[in-house]
Design a protein. Structure first.
Length: 561
């Protein structure tokens, strides 16, 4: 969030280590062997730079191509898909393992991800009860935990209304930001809207070259008229807001101009983060509805969060081809609730997934997919297919960031940002949704190997560094040639910060179980099939989680019809 956010997303962090009767999140086991199998074989058959041929199961946004090929041209773009004669090309044969587009993280705060979840030891305000209230059973039954679930963003930023203030300090050291990018890269992400970024590794879509810094942080993306993503954490200027406004827009410190649409590729603001009328009013003030508002309804508007919205707001967004960014873990850990994505889907809105930031969100996209997948299964009656969940981190995310003609899919002419994922048995979208840093055999940016199994990396490139000391034996990252920093150099700066990699997760991870004190427990019972605190007999949509929010005036939003 911009530099100041005494940001509280630290909070309610947990992941399936609540009480035994609370739905548990899937534990994704990690590879721990020091000797990893050479699952892919590389053949250097041509001295000419004709490109690289990848062999495997190709999964696109539309289909699964078994035993197929992807050809990467010398320009780093995809130049062929299907059965291709490998005779003249250097070839990476990965058998039946998956060849897929690398992920895009549509919303993050890279300058804050060195903070560990929870903020227990943060200064100036510590958070000693964080893990206690991160456990669902405690959050529902212990009255002290009422102060660890919030109604709007500035409650946790400022400690308003008796709520626990959560502190997360930003760090602008380039070595810290690079470390935070690396954490995402090893999980399969290659592009990010991160409110900043560093040179190399990820493509940063929200940083444009300037007179003082001409470096291309997008690593080769093409932009018409050099228009980029305009990332805005406080579009209404309410960084120091204490009072808040539940109607009208004239009292906000700032109202953006419609120039944010014409001057930029995409306008990417945080909107309606919370569950009360104050959070709801933000949407009105940015869509021409409220008194003194600005009308930014457009296909060039992608709103982050969008929790405090009702059915008519969703219809407005759909009619104007807007996109939304969903951050379920961070939303749930802070507010005990998240966006009504079932309603978004039924309206045909483009939805992308994002991690938000480490204090209250997921450490990487793998963990965010765990949260989204589990929430979809447990609380949304499988609203989304596995293919649709995967689209949220690939082609949907690319569209939301305005780069859907270059990234997010295996298509001719697209940049070859590709991951190859290890699978056992028949490959499908579910294997991509379940992927972890350990199942990624290799990651390529524009056809250039950046991370992967050592046996593969050593056969394709050189100068890469071993990740054993970071808990990933048998893996390498090509860091120094891409960023100018050695792994040792980065580690020395970041060794006391949030880890690069974890193989297991406990109650310190932000919770993905929706719960609010004495309101709803998130537990699935025979009388409450969706855990939203409304009995089936009274619930207008008993199969999909839709609790009554403070903004709803005592009535559920009907997400079924």
């Amino acid at each position: 969030m911009k530099f100041l956010l005494v940001i509280a997303s630290y909070l309610t962090l947990l992941v399936g280590c609540s009480s035994i009767d609370t739905p548990a999140q899937k534990e994704r086991m990690e590879v721990k062997s020091n000797k990893l199998p050479n699952i892919c074989s590389y053949s250097h058959t041509s001295a000419n730079d004709l490109g690289i041929l990848l062999k495997g199961t190709v999964i696109t946004s539309k289909e699964i191509l078994t035993l197929s090929n992807v050809l990467i041209g010398p320009d780093g773009k995809i130049s062929g898909i299907g059965i291709i004669d490998s005779g003249q090309y250097n070839t990476l044969n990965c058998g039946s393992n998956i060849i897929a587009a690398a992920m895009l993280n549509a919303h993050d705060h890279l300058k804050y991800n060195q903070n560990s979840p929870g903020g227990q030891n943060a200064q100036p305000v510590t958070n000693p009860m964080y893990e206690h209230c991160n456990i669902a059973n405690n959050a529902f039954n212990d009255s002290i935990c009422a102060n660890y679930r919030y109604d709007r963003r500035n409650e946790w930023r400022k400690g308003l209304n008796g709520k626990m203030m959560i502190t997360a300090k930003g760090n602008y050291d380039d070595k810290v930001v690079t470390w935070n990018e690396l954490r995402h890269l090893i999980s399969g992400v290659m592009t990010i809207a991160g409110s900043g970024g560093s040179k190399g590794l990820l493509r940063n879509v929200d940083i444009a070259p300037s007179e003082s810094d001409s470096y291309d942080y997008s690593e080769g993306l093409t932009y018409a008229n050099n228009k980029r993503v305009d990332y805005d954490t406080f579009p209404l200027g309410d960084t120091n807001d204490v009072t808040g406004y539940d109607s009208g827009c004239k009292n906000y410190p700032e109202i953006p101009s419609t120039k944010v649409l014409t001057d930029n590729l995409i306008f990417l603001p945080h909107v309606s983060e919370g569950i009360n009328s104050y959070a709801e009013n933000e949407f009105n003030c940015l869509t021409g509805v409220g008194n003194g508002s600005v009308d930014l309804k457009s296909s060039a508007s992608t709103f982050i969060h969008g929790i405090a919205v009702n059915k008519s707001m969703v219809e407005i967004a759909a009619a104007n081809d807007m996109s939304f960014i969903w951050s379920p873990r961070s939303n749930i850990s802070l507010y005990g609730n998240t966006a009504q994505v079932s309603l978004y889907k039924s309206a045909g809105i483009n939805i992308a997934l994002s991690t938000d930031w480490s204090p209250s969100g997921s450490m990487n996209m793998s963990r965010e997919l765990v949260c989204a997948d589990d929430f979809n299964t447990t609380y949304l009656n499988n609203t989304f297919t596995q293919k649709e969940l995967w689209s949220m981190v690939t082609n949907n995310a690319a569209k939301a960031l305005g780069v859907g003609n270059q990234l997010g899919d295996i298509q001719l002419g697209y940049l070859a940002d590709i991951i190859i994922v290890k699978v056992d048995g028949e490959a499908g979208y579910e294997d991509l949704v379940a992927s972890t840093p350990d199942s990624i055999l290799i990651s390529l940016r524009g056809g250039k190997p950046l991370f992967g199994y050592s046996s593969i990396m050593e056969s394709m490139t050189n100068g890469c560094e071993d990740l054993s000391a970071q808990g990933m034996p048998g893996r390498q990252v090509c860091l120094e040639n891409d960023t100018g920093y050695s792994l040792k150099n980065l580690y020395n700066v970041n060794k006391d910060f949030f880890a690069l990699y974890q193989s297991s997760f406990d109650s310190s991870e932000p919770s993905c179980t929706p719960v609010r004190y004495d309101n709803y427990s998130g537990q699935i019972t025979s009388s409450d099939n969706d855990g939203d605190g409304v009995l089936n007999s009274e619930d207008n949509c008993p199969s999909i989680f839709n609790p009554i929010r403070p903004m709803d005036n005592g009535n559920q939003v009907n997400v079924c019809n």
